[in-house]
Write a protein that binds this ligand. Sequence first.
Ligand code: 6PG
Length: 241
Amino acid sequence: MLCTTLVSTDATTLMRDAAEHCDRLCHEALAARGVFHMALSGGSTPKALFNLLAAPAYVGRFDWSRIHLWWSDERYVPLDHPDSNYCMAREALISKIAIPAGNIHATPVQLSPDGAAAQYESDIIRLLGSAAAFDLILLGMGDDGHTASLFPGAISDFPPDHLVIAHYVPKVGMQRITFTPKLINAAHHVAFLVSGKGKSAVLDRVLHGSYQPDVLPSQLISPVPGETTWLLDRDAAGANF
Ligand code: 6PG
């Protein structure tokens, strides 16, 4: 497992560093495999990155015709609902780029939660093969140590072989559909994007504390043989780095 940490001076620089990271990984994947499968996440931190990727400085650097977008987790609401992670990405990025509609793989929330998870898993296997190694999975981390929709206290009853599952998350009071650790850990690259002082204490526990993944689900993420990059701003890194 290769794990790298990059600390940017502030939130604005963090977004630029994250955009550069995506650009580099995209070019490497296109050269090696001819396609770039990237899974997006929800939250305020990725939204700032999506806005930047759609800005003139970056948009032309990506060959969107060979990029496929997926969602590492989704809220079980219609795709045009303000809480939808797809809706957020559509407004911040997708509506501003020339990407073929067939390259956008929204979670099929029109089905039942379990039906959506099963359908998404089979879509992933159809396009990426049974090894299902994403080129890049972008993740955020909550101040409780959750990532994607893997929340504290909700991990132990996951069916071990599934790549995508649906479950009700009491903390947020809704069904979520999420990639499982098995699928995330099969990726070539995982990037955590973490910003702000409020994340610093939990980040220290996730990276330097004892291994207790049911309490700190972000600790479950360790792709092998893939690479993890923690992209942090100085506030999130605190005194830890
Ligand atoms: C979601 C997420 C979630 C998010 C973290 C961090 O749908 O809410 O995918 O895992 O990435 O909660 O979110 P912030 O960047 O807003 O802190």
